[in-house]
Design a protein around this ligand. Structure first.
Ligand code: DX5
Ligand code: ZN
Length: 212
């Protein structure tokens, strides 16, 4: 079963609440919230107050993607703000085990993220400690980039190791066309920013992506 996670990075921030309620009505499963610190990635985005505000208006699963050099410092704040899943990059400076434990202490799901050039082999042991793996299909930092298809074998490797009962999310440049390739490779959670929020009719795109 494919789950769709629209990324608010591509939403119209002047009417964020409305946009989120609309994609919820259109059948989105998760709400992907990209958090950037201007250090791990060359861009800035949202803080815990945005997560807290969205929690009040939306019933969607809040999927918080931390693109931070020191995620350990901010896990408590995002968990307390209402995150349901927090993902941390294995390339970050913080100890990944410590991050996973801290996330779990809040009774929420933890995930690990792999940048396009990061191999999974050195980090395999973490897979058994988390509920989700996120494979980046663009270099993180900006929405609207082109899908990098050479990350797909990494998705398949994770699927092979973890079996079917595990969430594998793919993030970056996903649209109704390459969603099929991502699904074939083994991804079951598709992040889509520009494809959903940039669409004239998000309902059609979400339906198309889900039914591929
Ligand atoms: C990139 C972010 C993505 C981004 C996806 O750093 O992690 O979640 O918002 O946006 P699109 O779908 O436009 O590539
Ligand atoms: Zn993301």
């Amino acid at each position: 079963m494919i789950k769709i996670a629209p990324s608010i990075l591509a939403a119209d921030i002047t009417k964020l609440g409305e946009e989120v309620l609309n994609i919820e009505k259109c059948g989105a499963d998760l709400l992907h919230i990209d958090i950037m610190d201007g250090h791990f990635v060359p861009n800035l985005s949202f803080g815990p107050s945005v997560v807290k505000a969205l929690k009040k208006i939306s019933g969607l699963i809040l999927d918080v993607h931390l693109m931070l050099s020191e995620p350990i410092k901010y896990i408590d704040a995002f968990a307390e703000a209402g995150a349901d899943i927090i993902t941390v990059h294995v390339e970050a400076e913080s100890d990944t085990d410590e991050c996973i434990n801290k996330i779990h202490c809040h009774g929420i799901k933890a995930g690990i993220v792999f940048n396009p050039d990061t191999e999974i082999e050195p980090y395999k042991d973490y897979l058994n400690k988390v509920e989700m793996a996120l494979v980046m299909s663009v270099y993180p930092g900006f929405g609207g980039q082109k899908f990098i298809d050479r990350v797909l074998p990494k998705v398949s490797k994770i699927r092979k190791i973890m079996g079917n009962d595990f969430d594998i999310e793919i993030d970056g440049g996903i649209n109704a066309v390459n969603a099929m390739e991502a699904k074939k490779a083994g991804a079951n959670v598709l992040v889509a920013g520009s494809a959903v929020f940039g669409a004239e009719n998000p309902l059609d795109i979400i339906k198309a992506m889900r039914s591929i």
